[in-house]
Design a protein around this ligand. Structure first.
Ligand code: FES
Length: 411
């Protein structure tokens, strides 16, 4: 297990534009450093707000050692708390999703209001002060219908990202959406391999026959340099979107932690379906055409997403161990769309269920190869794997900044 000095050494000596050294993908010490310095300090995408549409609805997730519960209050507000009872520490809400008018601990029934206040604790004596035992809050922000949480005491800025979430994702009006289907899988690979796999389509032609019916694996369709720097096809798509008031142009965080861009699908396809046609009869939000393409939004370290005219798919990854990552995908449709009438669940989900499983196999084989003592870092393709280079550079920069004993050592 590497110590901090050894991790710093591995990061500082990595070869630029090459995959990372073996330890950075499998060592226990690196995994804990990733948790402490990224996962416990950055904003993490948790759920779409429509996952908990009503008062008392709640959803749980586990970020490293921290169980968290996200709750819709009686005032409509979404709040997050450490999912730990203030009596003797029982996990308060054990299920992935639930609903109850109050949060009742299953152990001794201490009862909390939806805003975290302790309302009831049986036989605790005359000196017991319930106001001292509210649930511990977790920073929580909802913008564009996307709920982000941050475990840090002092979270990084959210406003810049939040303003673009409002504009770009706002066009899909997730407040009038519902979750049609949720899939959770565990990939036996390091979380960074899961993101690396997502950030390129170099592998798509060989791995994703269903997705490639509608999604181009031409890197020019996903590699963009700015709001006016892309392939002619994308620029003309953005001009068309501009005229309709649909936010589409490339915009990114200067540090490349996140990016938005709407791109057309292959041959005017409407959706990620086997037929290339829309999977859902009702369009979402204010998207004006059925061939408006996919708004792609990623955010490191936890999420990538597709917002299509007829549905959206939001993806969340969470690290479980050095070589295990949980990937949760949620398919969102208009809240009034009726299964069996307006959409067929199998047709809606089949392409990305297959794609997720194909990616799982690729990532697991990648991890197995990296575990070999014979593995050594290999070069990324500058044209095909630019997105991977951006991610790895972001990761190394953040870790060096946070682990270095002096600013002079930061890259
Ligand atoms: Fe929750 Fe006892 S641990 S009520």
């Amino acid at each position: 297990m590497l110590n901090t000095a050894e991790i710093l050494n591995a990061l500082a000596n990595r070869q630029k534009n090459f995959s990372l050294g073996r330890d950075l993908y499998c060592d226990e010490g690196v995994f804990h450093a990733d948790l402490e310095n990224l996962w416990y300090r950055e904003w993490v995408f948790a759920i779409p707000s429509c996952d908990i549409p009503k008062t008392g609805n709640h959803a749980t997730l586990q970020i490293g050692a921290y169980p968290v519960v996200i709750v819709r209050g009686g005032d409509g507000q979404i709040r997050a708390f450490h999912n730990v009872c203030r009596h003797r520490g029982q996990r308060l809400c054990p299920k992935q999703n639930g609903s109850s008018p109050k949060l009742v601990c299953p152990y001794h029934q201490w009862t909390y209001d939806l805003d975290g206040k302790l309302l009831f604790a049986r036989d605790m004596g005359p000196d017991f002060d319930p106001s001292k035992f509210s649930l511990k809050p977790v920073h929580c922000r909802t913008e564009g219908g996307m709920v982000f949480i941050c475990l840090a005491d002092d979270p990084p800025d959210f406003e810049h990202l939040g303003s673009y979430l409002r504009d770009y994702v706002g066009a899909s009006d997730l407040s009038n959406a519902k979750v049609a289907f949720t899939s959770t899988i565990v990939e036996k690979g390091n979380w960074k391999l899961v993101i690396e796999n997502n950030r390129e389509c170099y592998h798509c032609g060989g791995s994703h026959p269903s997705l490639c019916r509608t999604y181009s694996d031409n890197p020019l369709m996903t590699v963009m340099e700015g709001p006016n720097a892309a392939s002619p096809e994308i620029l003309s798509h953005w001009d068309r979107c501009d005229k309709a008031g649909l936010p589409a142009r490339f915009v990114n965080d200067p540090g490349m932690q996140w990016r938005f861009a709407r791109v057309p699908l292959l041959n005017n396809a409407e959706s990620f379906t086997m037929s290339t046609k829309a999977a859902v009869n009702r369009r979402m939000g204010t998207i004006p055409w059925s061939d408006a393409g996919s708004l792609m939004f990623y955010h490191f370290p936890s999420s990538w997403n597709h917002f299509l005219p007829d549905h959206a798919i939001v993806f969340r990854l969470l690290p479980i161990s050095p070589t295990e990552t949980e990937v949760t995908s949620k398919w969102l449709v208009h809240k009034d769309a009726v299964e069996g009438v307006d959409y067929d669940l199998q047709k809606l989900t089949e392409v990305w269920l297959a794609t997720n499983d194909e990616d799982r196999r690729v990532v697991e084989e990648n991890q197995k190869g990296i575990l070999s003592p014979a593995y050594e870092p290999g070069p990324y393709s500058p044209s095909q794997e630019e997105g991977v280079i951006h991610f790895v550079d972001w990761y190394v920069r953040q870790m060096l900044d946070r682990l270095s004993p002096s600013p002079a050592m930061a890259a």
